[in-house]
Design a protein around this ligand. Sequence first.
Ligand code: BGP
Length: 483
Amino acid sequence: MTKSQFPKDFLWGGATAANQIEGAFDLDGRGLATSDMTIFDEGDGSDFTFDVGQEALTEYLAHPERYNFPKRRGIDFYHRYQEDIALFAEMGFKVYRMSISWSRIFPTGEELEPNEKGLAFYDKVFDELLAHDIQPLVTLSHFDMPLHLVQTYNGFESREVIAHFVRYAEVLFKRYQHKVKLWMTFNEINMVLTSPYTCSGVISENSELSDYQLKYQATHHQFIASALAVKKCHEIIPDSRIGSMMCRLENYAESTKPADVLQTLHEDHFNYFYSDVQVKGEYPYYMTRFFQDYNIEIKMEADDLAILKDGVVDYLSLSYYMTYVMRDRGEEKPQPNGSLIATIKNQHLASSEWGWPIDPVGFRITLNRLYDRYGVPLFIAENGLGAKDVVAADGSVNDDYRIDYLSQHIEQMREAVADGVDVFGYTTWGPIDLISSSKSEMSKRYGFIYVDQDDYGNGTLARSRKKSFDWYKQVIASNGDQL
Ligand code: BGP
């Protein structure tokens, strides 16, 4: 039998995001958020609909009754958090990663005083978690910001939004300083390249900047916002740890052809850029040439570079779902791949029903590469399998495929820990079924807990334990020994 390699105090748990679970989108003073505007899309499963353009936004605002907005409903965590947290506790969670809905605290983003009802809701959630010995880990912004900031400033295109974000972060740090010691700034910050509206509140038609100029300028503003938040967090909660979070898609070269390998290196850089800045506190050398090649000029203020240096994160967290295959695209000047779904199939890997390649060994490689590059503690903020579960006549869900996926990944994480990588926690994505990010589906399920709701919002919302529930409980109880 394998002996556990995980540290005694390893943080096992699960991760969610406010916009995918809470519902109650118009209760207790909450303002409209970017995530409220994404609709359920019945397409072929290959495209991503969570980026909203101006035309769609205008239409959704004018005729909300015509559209199915699943994220506005979530899974009603707003009213059922006690039951859900009790189930997390039953599995033995040590940590619960969640996010706060910015527009619950600042409905437009521009108020000077926060909405007390919004703050009070999270007080209750944190108290409930702590009563069950579960540590909250809070993401300040998980694919979510007040819609008003998009309409007024085009999101993080504008430098003005930095101050609004930092005010929001400061309010949270002060209010929850005794309850929350673990924080993250932006969820999957590198996804701005694929999903600028979702990540940064940016709509390209509303900008005079070119596509790359806009994305990298918004990124810069988010870097500054994040670094300032890190600094505030350290000042207000000295015993806290605050990290950055990136979507890490490991890249393999399709062949040993040097041009394929070079393309892989470029793609790695386009993603490492985000963690390089947040962990090392400086712009990396390789972006200079890219910026020159595409005439990108990042507007900075005099002390921006010092702010970045001053606001480096305590740890790096990542989501890990799959790996990519890279091929030389014959471009004179490299540019980011810009697609989330792997376009070149890896013949050695099976895929999920949504075409996401399943690669547990890639997880070990990813963890080693990141630790090698940064030498800071790593936290796995997301990992999991989206699948269409079938409820048997007796109400059970026998999700052996999910158990297989997770046990193989945890095994590789254990190997990485044995390799010497400092990993201090692991939260599976969606421990309870929730609304998917990319297509606002309910039927793409990740949970150990089944939620009775379909893509159209029909169902009782009742919670029930799947087969994987007891399995994960045993994983946690054995500290990763029994997979
Ligand atoms: C990540 C997001 C999550 C989550 C997950 C799964 O990119 O941080 O919010 O949803 O992916 O993606 P999906 O819901 O599209 O299956």
